[in-house]
Design a protein around this ligand. Structure first.
Ligand SMILES: NC(=O)c1ccc[n+]([C@@H]2O[C@H](COP(=O)([O-])OP(=O)(O)OC[C@H]3O[C@@H](n4cnc5c(N)ncnc54)[C@H](OP(=O)(O)O)[C@@H]3O)[C@@H](O)[C@H]2O)c1
Length: 379
């Protein structure tokens, strides 16, 4: 056996002790840095101030609790535009007071570092210095769901007047009354948007009763899902007329005024299904794909006139439309969504509000998904 000399063994012990102390010092230092918050960049603190627990669990769908959503939803979006969760979607009036405190800047939790403006001018042009003028928005399908949330978001974000259109007069008036309580000037009109003559008559009436429309949100839509071999001509025509033809009717009616004023925002509510297609939705997919082609072509024609035309392509958003899906279809859909949950109406509405703002003047002819990262149909 080799003999270990006492000097080399004491040197080895010394060596181990030094390493031990070094590791201890380093771990104490890293704990101190973490506790003092020096390692977090200021940006990460601003962007996710209240994110406590990301939604990752798929088993929580479709019965996500309100508290879970509240603690998980990025707070800066709520405070910027809508302090509401899905449970509050139909209670605009109930959230009005919290929204007014957010808009008046009295919220202490977070102050956004930017503010959207709605003055009808391109921030890059010399005209951007002109005083703000009241902007008027028309939202189709404003009686419920995404359209109602869009109307509310635009009102909270600073659009002066919102004209609500839907088939049902009572529900549309209810939305309009809730907007007035925000407060925001608002009115409600009942119209079947799939009927070209009815839309023409409505727009003549609106032209007499209101200022020009600066922001048009073509949102009204329906589904009539059935496998193609069982799809009737009526199933096809109802969906195409409601979802696609209506966008043509409303856009034609507002275009001349927008061209004259050299300002306009048209936002068409497409769908991921319009990009990737879907089983049992040939009619719906065709209507939503049609909206994409319409958006891109119109954007090219009017882009030089200060008018932008964009499409938003929601994935699966909690609403009456997705409530109709079977539990099996919902479960299958959930597997295709990297976010592991359905989307919230405000997540669509906040993008629409941005696209309608002065700040989005250079975004034109685009189809922007709000889909939790779905790769729908390989798109
Ligand atoms: N929810 C989703 O997951 C999802 C995903 C992608 C795209 N989208 C699109 O987003 C839009 C809104 O969807 P949503 O989920 O909010 O739907 P929703 O809750 O079913 O609401 C549909 C809205 O459209 C209106 N509407 C339907 N047909 C009409 C007609 N002929 N004339 C006038 N108004 C009519 C309804 O008015 P009434 O109340 O008077 O019937 C209602 O306001 C639709 O274009 C939809 O295709 C939704």
């Amino acid at each position: 056996m080799p003999k270990i000399s006492s000097s080399s063994s004491s040197w080895r012990i010394c060596h181990y002790l030094m390493i031990f102390f070094l590791v201890e010092i380093l771990s104490l230092a890293s704990e101190w840095v973490e506790a003092s918050g020096l390692n977090a960049s200021p940006q990460s603190k601003i962007l996710f101030p209240l994110r406590e627990e990301p939604i990752t669990s798929r088993d929580s769908f479709p019965y996500l609790s309100k508290t879970r959503l509240q603690s998980s939803y990025p707070a800066f979006i709520s405070q910027l535009l809508l302090p509401a969760t899905h449970s509050d979607l139909n209670k605009v009036g109930a959230t009005a007071s919290s929204a007014s405190s957010a808009s008046s800047g009295s919220s202490t939790a977070f102050s956004p570092s930017f503010q959207l403006t709605y003055t009808g001018s391109d921030p890059s042009s010399s005209a951007s210095g002109k005083p703000p003028r009241p902007l008027v928005a028309l939202v189709t399908g404003a009686s419920r769901g995404i359209g109602k949330k869009v109307a509310e978001t635009l009102a909270r974000a600073g659009v002066s007047e919102i004209i609500c259109v839907s088939k049902s007069q009572a529900a549309c008036e209810a939305t309009s009354n809730e907007l007035k309580a925000l407060p925001c000037k608002s009115s409600a009109y009942s119209c079947d948007v799939s009927d070209g003559d009815a839309v023409e008559a409505l727009m003549k009436r609106i032209a007499l009763e209101h200022a020009n429309i600066d922001i048009l949100i073509n949102n009204a839509g329906i589904t009539k899902d059935v496998l193609f071999m069982r799809m009737s001509r009526k199933d096809w025509e109802d969906v195409i007329k409601t979802n696609l033809n209506s966008a043509f009717y409303f856009s034609s009616a507002v275009m001349r005024g927008m061209m004259k004023r050299k300002f306009g925002r048209i936002i068409n509510m497409s769908s991921v299904v319009g990009v990737g297609g879907n089983h049992g939705q040939a009619n719906y997919a065709a209507s939503k794909a049609g909206l994409i082609g319409f958006t891109k072509s119109l954007a090219r024609e009017v882009g030089k006139l200060g008018i932008t035309v964009n499409a938003v392509a929601p994935g699966f958003i909690i609403s009456d439309m997705t409530d109709k899906m079977t539990e099996e279809a919902k479960a299958a859909t959930l597997n295709t969504i990297p976010a592991g949950r359905l989307g919230l109406q405000e997540e669509v509405a906040s993008l629409v509000a941005y696209l309608a703002s002065d700040q989005a003047a250079y975004i034109n002819g685009k189809v922007i998904p709000v889909d939790g990262g779905m790769l729908f149909g390989g798109s």
